[in-house]
Design a protein. Structure first.
Length: 475
């Protein structure tokens, strides 16, 4: 049986207090995760400026986001398992070095081709660093209040980072240049690389099992197919040949992956782990949480700019309230879990998010609607973060440390795919509801239809938590 060398904090008797070393470990990991989250959205506002400067075609511009998303989502599970095999600290540090180098290359890019290569490298770095960072977090803090607190802070900063990226991208593009949306990663990555080796303990198996190459190839290519299909559906519609081809190929390859894992002597993802209700249902609920809130940002961006006439910068700044809500939810979640249960947090947070999202159905075509939008997005952010922390705790509880890389890889994959697929799904709904008409009133109608679907998906997560997680260990 495989054994794991654990960080000193994991083998000592559980403590309810953060030591100085643990505080420093937590700070380093949180800074890195925040930076990774910012990367998801920091270029969105800057895309037109990048296109004008480097000469991207209109159809080629979307590949700046798609190239990153494909790699970030498609390779997460693979790199999460690699971290289990060769050491999570090693993968974490190596991926941050790659992120810093790719960000420097992207900021200096003279041509579209070099910029796309830099975005691919950033996506691969994110796919490796996110599960490795989460695994280091869960193995550094024992199950219980300390881990819940760490995951709460991590979730809050990651969600806040996604929102902050939109604001920061607008500010940097307007004040300096879009290139600084890349350059800003470089000093942060260097600072983490200087401090992390001294404060983060390695966690790796004593005996290295063989890598399940057929499983790794099938799941990675399957996820790439699904994500590619979703991005094409968001751009061209669900019936477009490229969207259908990507989705069908992805589903077939993921089906092949499960067949491979059933027969593999040392599978990439042991099926007994996937059969655990906390892992299976927890990750599905987490995926829905990321699909809904990140795509809501997209919907409200359309509303603010196309219906109310806000500038890109003003729209980005409006999401600062949402960011405050996610931070509040992340700080609140561990306390609520300690007093109740993760199921109570999943259900309560989901209900709060669903009600707040449904309230946005009352948005109108005047700026007076900001009086509804701001408090609704704040409360929705609180509810969404309660769900995200509840999902992270549920999906990583009750597993040995040697499987924490797998557990966090699955959780990170749910996060990456949720972030990636939410916007294309909602974009396709808006496109269908507006029938190609781009007037302010038509956009408001399309956004309202998509918001209704968004709220329904949140309620689906609430139902899954109430039906399938009640009474489970870790829930």
């Amino acid at each position: 049986m495989t054994t794991t060398s654990l960080p000193s904090s994991a083998v000592q008797a559980p403590t309810r207090r953060l030591t100085g070393r643990l505080r420093l470990t937590l700070a380093v990991l949180l800074v890195a995760q925040f930076m990774l989250a910012v990367d998801f959205s920091i270029l969105n506002v800057a895309l037109p400026a990048i296109g004008d400067d480097l000469g991207f075609s209109l159809s080629g511009l979307q590949w700046i986001a798609t190239a990153f998303a494909l790699c970030a989502a498609g390779f997460t599970l693979f790199f999460g398992r690699i971290g289990d095999l060769i050491g999570r600290k090693r993968i974490f540090l190596g991926s941050l070095a790659l992120l810093g180098a790719a960000s420097l290359a992207g900021g200096l890019a003279p041509t579209p081709e070099i910029l796309i290569v830099a975005r691919i490298a950033q996506g691969l770095a994110t796919a490796a660093a996110t599960p490795a960072g989460l695994a280091l977090l869960t193995t550094s803090f024992p199950e219980g209040p300390l881990r819940q607190k760490a995951l709460g802070l991590n979730g809050a900063l990651m969600s806040a980072g996604f929102t902050a990226g939109a604001v920061l991208g607008g500010v940097l593009t307007d004040v300096l240049s879009w290139r600084w949306a890349f350059f800003i990663n470089v000093p942060v990555a260097l600072a983490v690389l200087l401090v992390a080796p001294a404060v983060i303990a390695e966690s790796r198996p004593a005996v290295r099992p063989r890598l399940d190459l057929p499983g790794a190839l099938s799941v990675t290519l399957g996820l790439l197919g699904v994500v590619y299909g979703l991005t094409q559906a968001g751009e061209h519609g669900w019936t477009h040949p490229l969207a259908l081809a990507g989705l069908v190929a992805g589903v077939v390859l993921l089906g092949l992956f499960f067949l491979v894992e059933r027969r593999a002597a040392q599978p990439l993802v042991p099926l007994n782990v996937l059969r655990k209700p906390t892992v299976a249902w927890g990750n599905l609920i987490g995926l829905l949480a990321f699909v809904t809130e990140t795509s809501l940002v997209y919907l409200l961006t359309l509303y603010l700019q196309k219906t109310l006439g806000f500038t890109a910068l003003a729209a980005g700044l409006s999401f600062g309230v949402l960011g405050l809500g996610t931070v509040a939810g992340g700080l609140l979640a561990p306390k609520v879990i300690a007093r109740t249960s993760t199921v109570a947090v999943l259900v309560g947070g989901g209900v709060l998010q669903a009600v707040s999202t449904a309230a946005l159905l009352l948005l109108g075509d005047t700026s007076a609607s900001m009086g509804l939008l701001l408090p609704a997005t704040f409360l929705g952010g609180v509810g969404n973060m309660l769900v995200i922390v509840g999902f992270m705790v549920t999906a990583t509880t009750g597993l040995p440390d040697r499987e924490q890389g797998l557990a966090t890889g699955l959780a990170s994959m749910s996060q990456q795919i949720g972030i990636t697929m939410g916007t294309p799904i909602m974009s396709a709904i808006v496109t269908a509801a507006t029938a190609g008409v781009a007037t302010g009133a038509a956009v408001l109608h399309g956004v309202t239809v998509a918001i209704a679907v968004n709220a329904a998906l949140v309620l689906l997560g609430v139902l899954l938590a109430a039906l399938f997680l009640r009474g489970r260990r870790g829930a």
